[in-house]
Design a protein around this ligand. Structure first.
Ligand code: ADE
Length: 173
């Protein structure tokens, strides 16, 4: 099925701050056929890259990444906001299109040498992606790709991570 995913992304001016155009992917999620098609595209990409495990950053990365992992029959590892995970963690900080935050992963979440594809809804400045890569590599994993529903190429995320293979369903300039 070829889908025009942009028909299922709502653009909201000045949210959450003035000057930001928020790309809301919830219409993809609420349509079962479209959600499945988006999941399938990301899963095909992750399979092609040889993923052993999917990492999804909190919170929308959980929604996007979990069904990709189940479609492939591989594990899912959450990268969480601080103080959510109960055991020993690694932490990395990052800047966003608006604001900044930190991500944590359990120290034993990735087995050394595992091939990882990171899944999330949107790549803006690639701050979240950068932090996730740092964590995965500290844990001994190999990031073989990153897959998104939406990419904002004008924020030059790809240029900041020239060694990372990046896939996105749609781009907004
Ligand atoms: N995260 C960072 N920038 C965003 C945007 N413009 N829309 C939705 N989520 C975002």
């Amino acid at each position: 099925m070829t889908v025009d995913f942009k028909k299922y992304i709502a653009s909201v001016q000045d949210f959450p701050n003035k000057g930001i155009v928020f790309r809301d992917i919830t219409p993809i999620l609420s349509d079962g056929e479209i959600f499945r098609a988006a999941t399938h595209e990301l899963a095909e990409y992750a399979k092609k890259r040889g993923a052993d495990v999917i990492v999804g950053p909190e919170a929308r990365g959980f929604i996007v990444g979990c069904p990709v992992a189940t479609e492939l029959g591989v594990g899912f590892v959450p990268a969480r906001k601080p103080h959510k995970l109960p055991r020993e963690v690694e932490r990395a900080s990052y800047d966003l299109e608006y604001g900044s935050n930190s991500l944590e992963m359990h120290k034993d979440a990735i087995k050394p040498g595992q091939k990882v594809v990171i899944c999330d809804d949107l790549m803006a400045t690639a701050g979240t992606l950068h932090a996730a890569i740092e964590l995965i590599e500290r844990l001994g994993g190999e990031v073989v790709g990153a897959a998104f529903y939406v990419e904002l190429p004008d924020l030059k995320g790809r240029e900041k991570l020239p060694n990372i293979d990046i896939f996105s369903l749609v781009q907004y300039h």
